[in-house]
Design a protein around this ligand. Structure first.
Ligand code: AMP
Ligand code: MG
Length: 298
């Protein structure tokens, strides 16, 4: 089967958020593609992405923000490494957001990410994001107290209020020329178990394992509930969520690449045209350069 990006949009983009059910997405889905075909398709996509990124940079109008979320070992780092492998590092910035620092806790929950947003012409990748503030913080409400929000402002609608603020923030970005694309890498609990075991057994991967990962794993169902509500509340046409099957890393990467390409192609990016007097000036410079005597090599 030829895997077309239109299929990706149809299958994995959350266009009807009110009815969205996380369990409707099969973590092990591979879109009827085999691994070998996927690898050559990804190689083509990396090339296309590189070309689109050059246009994005040259045009210097749009910015692209890619948000990656997912449980530990869902494959976020791998997506960054593989999907962006062809992109010029000058036009791309990756930011990872961990537990907030003391300085970050002294600000509102959107502050630390706002200072890291991609500039026009650039692709910015958030490896985790402000969405952690409606995920880990929701699953562990004691973190909310650490965030130093005045107690009188923490009511029973706190999560809905944060969703509203996120929707407004992303709408603002979209209206100002930032393309916002959000990916939830949906790994199964069983595949996470296998990947954790792999990390524990392979000395080259042990550093990736943290005891916190096991604690979060115990709260799996709470996380899934938080993810589902978050996706329902914040998938909007200007900032859609893609729920990407993540039990097969090669398929995850292909879906993310295809979705980013599809969105970038929709922008109609073109190299700026040089015309009129500016073009004539360039012709003159070219003629002058051609007329210069090459210096003899000694
Ligand atoms: P990792 O991505 O595996 O390096 O882990 C980063 C950790 O930081 C994860 O366990 C996140 O849940 C945590 N984290 C990220 N953002 C926040 C936040 N705003 N509040 C608390 N923990 C966070
Ligand atoms: Mg981790």
């Amino acid at each position: 089967m030829k895997f077309k990006s239109a299929d990706i949009l149809k299958h994995y983009r959350v266009d009807a958020p009110d009815r969205f059910q996380l369990k409707s997405v099969d973590c092990a889905d591979t879109g009827a593609i085999d691994k070998d075909a996927a690898q050559s398709m990804l190689a083509d996509d990396v090339q296309r992405l590189s070309d689109l990124q050059r246009r994005l940079y040259a045009e210097d109008r749009w910015a692209v923000l890619i948000v990656l979320q997912g449980m530990d070992a869902a494959g976020k780092d791998g997506v960054v490494a593989h999907v962006m492998s062809g992109v010029n590092p000058q036009g791309c910035e990756v930011r990872s957001f961990k537990a907030p620092s003391v300085e970050e806790l002294d600000h509102d929950f959107l502050w630390r990410t706002s200072t890291r947003l991609p500039a026009r012409g650039r692709i910015g990748i958030f490896n985790r994001s402000y969405y952690e503030d409606v995920l880990v913080v929701r699953v562990h409400p004691e973190l909310l107290r650490r965030e130093k929000v005045p107690g009188t402002l923490i009511g029973k609608n706190i999560w809905e209020e944060r969703f509203q603020d996120i929707r407004a923030f992303e709408r603002h970005l979209a209206r100002n020329g930032t393309l916002v694309l959000k990916f939830f890498l949906h790994v199964s609990k069983e595949e996470q178990r296998r990947r954790f075991l792999d990390r524990l057994e392979d000395p080259a991967k042990r550093w990736k394992f943290s005891m916190d990962d096991i604690n979060e794993r115990r709260r799996w169902d709470d996380y899934m509930a938080a993810y589902q509500e978050m996706i329902r509340a914040t998938s909007r046409p200007g900032a859609p969520w893609f729920v990407v099957p993540a039990d097969h890393k090669w398929f995850t990467r292909l879906v993310v690449a295809a979705a980013v390409i599809e969105a970038l192609e929709g922008l109609g990016l073109a190299f700026p045209k040089i015309e009129g007097a500016a073009l004539e000036e360039m012709h003159k410079v070219r003629v002058a350069l051609l007329a210069e005597q090459p210096r003899k090599a000694r």
